[in-house]
Design a protein around this ligand. Sequence first.
Ligand SMILES: Cc1ncc(COP(=O)(O)O)c(C=O)c1O
Length: 511
Amino acid sequence: MSKMEIPDKIIAMAPSIAQSEAQMEAAYADFAGRYPTYAETVALDRLRATEYSRLDEFDQVYLDYTGGSLFAESQIEEHLKLLRSGVFGNPHSNNPTSAAMTRHLESTRRSVLSYFNAGADEYILVFTLNASGGLKLVGESFPFAPEGRLLLTYDNHNSVNGIREFARAKGAKIDYAPLVAPALRLDRERLETLLDQADPARENLFAFPAQSNFSGVKHPLELVASAQSKGWRVLLDAAAFVPTNRLDLKALQPDFVAVSFYKMFGYPTGVGALLIRRSAFQKLERPWFAGGTVNFASVQAQAHVLAPGEASLEDGTLNYLSIPAVEIGLRHLQAIGMDIIGERVRCLTGWMLEKLLAMRHGNGHPMVRIYGPATTDARGGTVTLNLYDPQGHLLDYRRLEELAGQEGISLRTGCFCNPGAGEAAEGLTEEDMLAALTLGTDVNLFSFLRLMQGRGHKSAGAIRASIGLASNFADVWRFVRFVEGFRDQTRLTIGDVSFDIDSCRVIRDGS
Ligand SMILES: Cc1ncc(COP(=O)(O)O)c(C=O)c1O
């Protein structure tokens, strides 16, 4: 086992790790043998010891990279240095402090376009608050109309699902393309049928995530071209994909792409981007104007003239002091290399999946159910799961999150703002969800499970462990060891939910 991965400092601080060092050494040997390419990512161990040393200093196992990545210390230092290197005022005026800030903003804009290989002649880049901000801009400005369509996939973040409210208000037809459980990949046949229903003479929008924030599934990017050839504009939600994958817009040509930068490199928060193909930009209709978005506005004439290009979509004052930190973050990712990050995440995810899926209670029953692909084939480092007791009863994931927290392990639980993937994962039907809505404000996990006792004992919600650029073997090993601690555990069950892992169905209550 590489000593770089388990600094002596952590061993000293965490007695439980010190006691099981030999076990971890053995586990690492097994891992390294089966994932030999992990050795090629050793540069990330060096970074972990320098740029991300606070993880080990504070004995934290961070497994919430799909929630947000972590920043390298040098990003902060470089940003501070930049801010101290001049006097910066509100951009887009001619005074010297404003002009200095504008130069940094525009340089960052060029860097983001270039990072995604998006030619400035083909794409514009709009700075937003986050990915949701970009998605909302598309939703509110897209020329939905009664003969047009919005096609979403069950696997979408709520910030994409929310676009349907704009489409609904303008009378467009809304459809959802389903997923196939248990791998939670798209039902391609059904999707193609839905894509074929567009009238190419109308404005149609198809929105899907490049990578699922629920299951880690990487959806096929060739869908962009195939949907476009059938008369759709395509919105690619790349928020969960770009932290560990390269996205080449010259090759893919989606009409809209939304990202959040903190998910890519941890800092700054509060800045995202919407990349828009110029041909799609021409079609957008902004429903309002704001400070910064107009070249001319009159109170008496009650008229306005929108500014050209990205300025027409950037409402009010941008987060201008933070935006230059995006350029610094992009340089940081480029210096590491996306291939190295992707390979490390693949190796760690593969080993984690194997270990979790192999875990059995004393009576031979599986301990863990994974929602999504069981291998690293076309999937990223987001792993969503539930634990069950020896009789197949669901263990309360909220309590498990608490217990993990007590061991310094950061996980996320719930439905991760992706209700469609959760519904598909659990086999929940529209009728189930309508029944749950009748609970009104009393709806919570317990009342939901009680209701589902009469509806096939389905459940909702899960635990998500996600791996990212600063993850190492010790992190994954500690998580696996934490889960192993629930072998033959019966005390954390909730409700009466039982699950048959072979058929991937919830089958019986209690007994
Ligand atoms: C796939 C996906 N899309 C959109 C979002 C929304 O990102 P934000 O909260 O930064 O706006 C997230 C956040 O987790 C996500 O994972």
